[in-house]
Design a protein. Sequence first.
Lengths: 336, 664
Amino acid sequence: MGGGGAEEELTAQETALYDRQIRVWGVDAQKRLSKAHVLVCGINGTTTEFCKNIVLAGVGSLSLMDDHLVTEDDLYANFLIPHDESIYGGRSRAEVCCESLKDFNPMVRVAVEKGDPSQINGELLEKFDIIVVSCASIKTKLLINDHCRKRSKHIAFYTIECKDSCGEIFVDLQNHTYAIQKVGDEPKQKELTYPSLQDAISVPWKNLPRKTTKLYFAMRVLENYELSEGRSACEASLSDLPAVLALRKDMCDKMIFNSGKLQSLSESQIPTALLERLLPAGMKQHPPVSAILGGILGQEVIKSISGKGDPIKNFFYYDATDGKGIMEDIPPSSSD
Amino acid sequence: MASSAAASSEEAVKAAKVLMVGAGGIGCELLKTLALSGFRDIHIIDLDTIEVSNLNRQFLFRQSHVGQSKAHVARDAVLKFRPNINITSYHANVKDTQFNVEFFKQFNVVLNGLDNLDARRHVNRLCLAAEVPLVESGTTGFLGQVTVHVKGKTECYECEPKPVPKSYPVCTITSTPSKFVHCIVWAKELLFAKLFGDKNQDNDLNVHSNENGTSKSDVFERNADEDLEQYARRIYDHVFGYNIEVALENEETWKNRRRPNPIYIRDTLPEEDIRQNGSSRDCNNDQEDPSAMASLGLTNPQEIWNLADNSRVFLESLRLFFEKREKEVGNLIFDKDDQLAVEFVTAAANIRASSFGIPLHSLFEAKGVAGNIVHAVATTNAIVAGLIVIEAIKVLQGDYKRYRMTYCLEHPSRKMLLMPVEPFEPNKLCYVCSETPLLVEVNTKTTKLREVIDKIIKGKLGMNLPLVMIGSTLVFEDGDGLEEDEAANYALNLEKFLAELPAPVVDGTKLTVEDFHQELSCSINIKHSFVSCATQPSEKVLEVLPELYGVVVYTYRYMLLDEFDEEKEPDGMVLTGWSAPVEKQVTSNGGNQSVASSSGADDADGIIEDLSTKPGMKRKLDEILETKENCDASSSAQVVEDYDDDDIVMLDEDPALAKKKRLQ
């Protein structure tokens, strides 16, 4: 890992550049940021927003993993790719975006990490403090999450997906200790224990509070559909709707039989209209929603690196149609 | 196909012509997100040029752009990834007359990414006059807000009171500081201004030297043959030593206060001879921006210097100003981005602080206090820009039932980090967007027209170029293009008492006040009051507006009769029917209005009226939360209903409840 001891002072250049944000999170957090190493698997409009945010914030390094060649489709939501085929033609998303990101902040090392996220091994992950996965199958996400949890080093794991006007962030910080200070209070030390991605998506629905956001259920239905069909997350279309609706019924029914209680989830609580919105969206993203989700994720990563402020535990949902940005704790923590 | 968000709004977005005001922190993010979202005709206005401290979040700018126009550079950067859209950039002040109502009318929506109250109020008025919807925004640290203002449908930006700037009594600043900020205000507004600013400006600093120094005209003048080192030391001894000694003579002052210690240079730097400042020579020649810290080998702005170091920085920065920046001396105004100025002010404030037993602060901290720096991070700006675009699209689709004000919170509230709230209806008593007349209580026999114009019409109503009519008689008009005799006539009127104007103002007179540029017109009913507006101010207040760092604003507090609430109405005039208690630029010498107009704003992306300090905002947020709280406690049926509804947590579920709260 780069950087020296924690006592090292910020340079005059760093102090001048980061002046306004140091006033928000303090010198200490800034020093920690400059020693953190971040890996992003999957480059799309949303992770691009995230990358911009943490490069500006001054992380130590950022590595991009996405070997897909840039196509015209990628230009739609991505401001890191110049509209010039002579620049992006024949090059991977990671390569082209890496080049643009380097410009944003000369003090951050931005690099390409070649490879396929679905084949990633634990050793590679050990080079990083933060892993962000997007645009990958649920299988890949589970695999990477599992690797992260098995390493002795503490690695924070995030997934982020935007579908049309909706977005989901998942956070696994394993055991996370942080400081929190509210106005007029003494700073307090708090500790959180996170469930794995596997545990968080396979909670029996009957155990969830009634007010859990519909988006959580809808995303699980889509995930299950993807698993059963062996397809990647981005391939579904509206023609899959009947099959998805059947799966929804199936999943809801199971909950009723399992719990034996009738107040369990009924199908109407995962509205067809919502699935209709999410399904054809595939990997298509609504740029303002990407900006919002990428901003929230940037903030979360800064919180987790700096050990300051309440982090999200463990899902965040945003839907532009009602404008709410909601945290969900799943499965619900027993105590607080 | 079930319409995706992007598809359903595509036509409206493509055809839209939008105006962005501000190309700073929010502006950069907003321009990018607009371009990605399919907007094709974007106009962007920004007065500012790029600075280093912008680069941590204004991601369209690079080191090599420092000093260039934000609007132009932002345009060029976005065209790189969206070459086929039209972006028109203006390196100009939105308050310029070229941006008149006609100009605003060409747009479908106006999006604000501004950093100061003055410009926000101005844009609000133009949007109302041009009947163009406005999406307003602001951020401070992790907090942010986006609001929608559509004439006749939602409240306007000025329907809610804005916070009153902090003010400090002059005597606290000049004689009895108790907080570090008092020392900063003293160092910046008084000492810095005295030494390096306009010599003709009123300044409270030299009170003591005037009393005693009968022989010397001005101790702050450098004598013709005086060595720079000697001069710096003489100033040091005068302001930190002699003036404190004089102040100590007044025993009354210190009865219940800690007595300050006079500080003399011979005590703080006894070992150093006048000529010994050898280190400073090293980097004199090649230094483009002279810095006392660099000369003295101090590298860490986070470090709190001791008294000796502060004294060295004081002497060195003073010397550097006279040696390296002599041409600017005499017209400098404190600027938080001027390193040498920040060094001088930090050192002076710290020396004064040690004299008064106040804890010392680092340069970094002092700069924050002196510059009224608004905390800013990239992520909040990105989120807010996304929210602006979402509201803008609703506005373009005329989907007003779904307009929301959205707050970005630092700590989740009811599970929410992004909290939408239904917009409020226009405030029927708002003088900006309704016809309600204002009422001014004033002694018409002792108040001059100038006072009413400066303190009320410009000062409180925020007009730029007002015109005043009494019945059909025009008594005052501002701006260029007046005939000479007209101008002379108006100048005469200004100095007349209200009751002596060509059309006398008496009890019950109605004034019509207009600003053509803002297309704002309002009526003021005059109520004559027997206020004894004594000419002697009882207490002078030194007021520092947060959005106008570097500008001292004086307000006189007059001796008032009991019926006047002195706290609320310091000008001997009572204004009612007016909801924005922003006292600005009422100056001691008749009003220098130009200071507020443009460049004063801090470069951060701030809501000056940030969530934590904006009373109106706080109230709304609180009452909404409270409303929800009540719902939960009283009726669980309500909650279940919420669940079945298409929404999860219905914050804005019960408008009746919220309304009631609002009316209280």
